[in-house]
Design a protein around this ligand. Structure first.
Ligand SMILES: C[S@@+](CC[C@H](N)C(=O)[O-])C[C@H]1O[C@@H](n2cnc3c(N)ncnc32)[C@H](O)[C@@H]1O
Length: 340
């Protein structure tokens, strides 16, 4: 619902008196109590409050708590409460926020101020143009991970493997399912598997497959890396992964949003940082067809270390940088003519 029609409905909602929550409370006393509660959180506030004022107060509160990307967070939380898009919020700054909505908004602002990521509060994150459910059981998909999806598309295109080919792809450490489902959406005929060692992550990933209209497209498996495929019954064109790679001595560089709220199993906290690549590459070699590709996301200092782990069974080693120029994705092709 957009534009004027949406604003009309919103105004109609505003014209209803606020519902009383306690038997002894009149609507106006409930309103006053909520206003007072809100006032105690921020001296700037008093009902009725316009969207612009609410946004300013929310932003101010987040800035005081040094929340990163505070403007974006303040907007997203208001959009979430209003169930409206950014355009609505910015084109109707004078609209008055219903007291219940204001109360909810400032409760969410307080939650965000503790460091809890906005996406865990709203329950959503967009990836590859798809809307993913996210919970604290899964890593929040990052925009830079889209480069891993791009790399698979580019390599497939380069080899003339178009969307009609029945490619076999496995996403290792699927989390929310973002890479696997993005690839399934790009290759409608592909057979896509996704593994994760976390059962609770796989529950979220399966829900995402359903809500994105691809319930049968990805087979989710609970297993350690690629161990379910090592018997050789199934071989792949692509092994793709965004594995955990943060080393213990890099912990202090993590934002509290990641360190305190995202699952450690997802981001790492590993002794060295390269442990998963060390195990993944030999397994990928076993499950890939001759000439198949491995595509992995890497940490911003890991380029040389990861390349050195690949060695002679791999050819056409390539590194892609993200939009900030940071090496982000390493790909390599399994040598179709192994040298003994
Ligand atoms: C960095 S997250 C990536 C999640 C998702 N692919 C993304 O890009 O947002 C790494 C994922 O690997 C999973 N994981 C960690 N160790 C694993 C292992 N040994 N085998 C399979 N999955 C593992 C974690 O549970 C987590 O979901």
């Amino acid at each position: 619902m957009k534009g004027r029609a949406s604003a009309r409905v919103f105004r109609r909602r505003l014209s209803r008196p606020p519902a009383a929550t306690g038997s002894a409370s009149s609507p106006s006393s409930v309103h006053a109590t909520k206003a007072a509660r809100c006032m105690s959180r921020s001296p700037l506030l008093w009902f009725p409050m316009q969207l612009r004022k609410a946004l300013q107060a929310g932003l101010q509160s987040l800035l005081e708590r040094q929340v990163p990307s505070a403007q974006l967070a303040a907007e997203l939380l208001l959009m979430h409460v209003l169930k409206q898009d950014r355009g609505f919020v910015h084109t109707h700054p004078e609209l008055e926020l219903p007291p219940e909505a204001a109360d909810r908004y400032f409760r969410l602002i307080a939650e965000r101020s503790t460091g809890k990521p906005t996406q865990y509060i709203t329950g959503h994150q967009e990836f590859w143009g798809l809307d993913f459910e996210v919970t604290p059981q899964v890593l929040i998909p990052r925009p830079e991970t889209e480069h891993a999806v791009e790399a698979v598309l580019e390599l497939a295109r380069r080899e003339g493997l178009d969307e009609n080919r029945r490619l076999k792809i496995v996403d290792v450490g699927t989390g929310s399912g973002c890479i696997a489902l993005a690839l399934a959406s790009e290759f409608p005929r592909a057979v896509v598997f996704a593994t994760d060692i976390s059962r609770s992550a796989l529950v979220v990933a399966s829900r995402n497959a359903v809500r994105l209209g691809m319930p049968e497209r990805v087979k989710f498996l609970e297993c350690d890396l690629l161990t379910r495929f090592l018997d050789g019954d199934f071989t792949f064109d692509f092994v793709v992964s965004n594995p955990p790679y943060v080393a213990r001595d890099e912990l202090h560089q993590l934002q509290r949003e990641v360190r305190d709220f995202e699952p450690q199993l997802a981001w790492g906290g590993l002794e060295r940082g390269d442990e998963i690549y060390r195990r993944l590459f030999p397994q990928a070699l076993q499950v890939l067809k001759p000439g198949g590709h491995v595509v992995v996301e890497i940490g911003y200092t890991m380029r040389d270390a990861v390349i050195s782990l690949l060695g002679s069974p791999w050819i056409e080693v390539d590194v892609r940088a993200d939009l900030r120029g940071i090496p982000r994705v390493v790909s390599a092709r399994k040598n179709p003519q192994p040298t003994g």
